[in-house]
Write a protein that binds this ligand. Structure first.
Ligand code: ADP
Ligand code: MG
Length: 451
């Protein structure tokens, strides 16, 4: 790949992350002017661009470059007033009318009242066995908010459609039942509002601002764990909405009973409604998702290429979408796209279990999941809260990485390898008998494999 092709691939990727308008503003007349060993020099037309790109997009550009060519480790912008001639920006941006392309390439306007993104609807949400329960519950809630399932609690790994689904509920309610006041808030924002209300002594005003809401959607509620003051205030907010039959919708990366440091009373409130998970789509569904996205954009790709993408990009739906966008933009620039190029372009997306799951990742993920420090897993103790996570870690090393039992034993302080065999068998057996453990293992694996 020469510098020009390299930069085109980067641009193709960047366009997926930022709006068309921004893309045109910041990337027009940029090019790679040299690549020596690990460093890439990019020329930009003026100081303004330089400042913007290096402050806002430096990391993303570097990561994108690195994904394509992992020898690249650094990057620098220099000002070069002469415009780059080699890249046809018209081609990158397409020749459609601006409003039309804007819609095709995302970034709809977020509604200021509801905070909802109108892009997330039920119409463009693909349903398969991996998410049908959550989808059905979401539809039921959208039909009669406050009465069917309250709260609705949707959980699953990143990029699997939680935000899309819970926003779709909000969008449908706002559309069908215009009088209902819907509010979507990320839990991060929610917590910071509570913190600042406490600091400025304006908790009552904050609560009053939530009182008229009919449908409260809180995304990534696991974020509230361990934040005691926020949990307490949220508990009161929850109760006062709930008592008035207001609908509450929550999403999280794991089920309530697996959120450590979540107050018991909140846990039981969350468990009092409907809990539904979203998991990973299978090959067939990945193909349907790709085709749906293509249709939305009014574009086409050969079946052979779609098959390659659906077979190989397995991490989550966000990645699937990213891969597709990358191909579409490359196709637009170059007017052709063959399977060999696709393979090259998607190098960073293609999933190989051995690339993602490694010893470090397993230990790190298991420890984090059980809210332990990594070193705790190696403590020579029989305490239950340590023994189980340790056995899970041993089990995963065997199951996912095919470590030998003696190798596992060595990692865990040179114990007799029968301990490792025992751990493996115990988890294997319990996995069959105990749904909670199965669920935990699934979530841990999802995390290991989703980066
Ligand atoms: P999460 O909140 O679980 O991390 P998102 O809802 O942000 O995931 O989804 C990531 C991307 O994948 C979004 O662009 C979303 O539109 C898309 N997506 C997720 N699930 C689906 C689905 N079932 N059908 C169509 N697109 C989906
Ligand atoms: Mg989300």
């Amino acid at each position: 790949m020469n510098n020009l092709e390299l930069w085109q691939s980067v641009l193709a990727q960047m366009q997926f992350h930022i709006s068309k308008a921004n893309f045109a503003t910041w990337f027009q007349n940029t090019e790679i002017i040299s690549k020596d060993n690990e460093k890439i020099i990019i020329s930009v037309p003026n100081a303004f661009s330089k400042e913007w790109l290096s402050n806002k997009y430096n990391k993303l550009i570097l990561k994108t470059l690195h994904d394509i060519d992992d020898s690249i480790k650094d990057l620098e912008f220099i000002i070069k007033p002469n415009p780059a001639k080699n890249i046809d920006f018209k081609a990158v941006l397409g020749s459609e009318k601006p409003e039309e392309t804007q819609l095709k390439f995302d970034e709809f306007k977020i509604n200021k009242e509801t905070n909802l993104n109108p892009r997330y609807t039920f119409n463009n949400f693909v349903v398969g066995s991996f998410n049908e329960l959550a989808h059905a519950a979401a539809l039921a809630v959208a039909d009669s908010p406050g009465f069917n399932y309250n709260p609705l609690f949707v959980y699953g790994g990143t990029g699997l459609g939680k935000t899309h689904l819970i926003q779709a509920i909000g969008n449908k309610i706002s559309e069908d039942l215009k009088k209902k006041k819907v509010k979507y808030i990320s839990s991060e924002k929610f917590v910071s509002s509570i913190v600042s209300a406490i600091r400025t002594n304006s908790m009552e005003a904050f609560k009053a601002s939530l009182a008229p809401i009919d449908v409260l959607i809180l995304d990534d509620i696991q974020f509230i764990a361990g934040k005691n003051k926020s949990q307490e205030e949220f508990f009161h907010v929850f109760n006062s909405l709930y008592e008035k039959n207001k609908q509450i919708i929550l999403s999280s990366d794991r089920p309530p009973n697996a959120i450590a440091e979540l107050e018991e009373r909140l846990k039981s409130r969350f468990e009092g409604g409907m809990i539904a998970d979203v998991s990973l789509p299978d090959y067939e569904t990945r193909l349907v998702i790709l085709k749906t996205k293509l249709q939305e954009k009014n574009m086409e790709l050969p079946e052979e290429i779609l098959d390659y993408v659906a077979t190989n990009v397995k991490k989550n739906i966000r990645e699937l979408e990213g891969a597709l966008n990358k191909l579409l933009i490359y196709g637009k620039i170059n007017q052709t796209l063959d399977l060999e190029t696709v393979k090259k372009l998607l190098k960073g997306f293609v999933f190989s279990p051995f690339d993602v799951a490694n010893y470090k990742k397993i230990i790190e993920t298991v420890a984090k999941f059980y809210n332990l420090e990594e070193k705790n897993l190696f403590d020579p103790t029989r305490r239950k809260e340590i023994v189980k996570p340790r056995q899970v870690a041993m089990f995963l090393l065997r199951k996912e990485l095919k470590y030998s039992f003696p190798a596992i034993a060595r990692k865990f302080g040179g114990k007799d390898h029968t301990t490792a065999i025992y751990a493996y068998k115990k988890i294997l057996q319990e996995n069959e008998e105990n749904n909670k453990l199965t669920e935990e293992l699934n979530l841990i694996k999802q995390r290991i494999y989703s980066g």
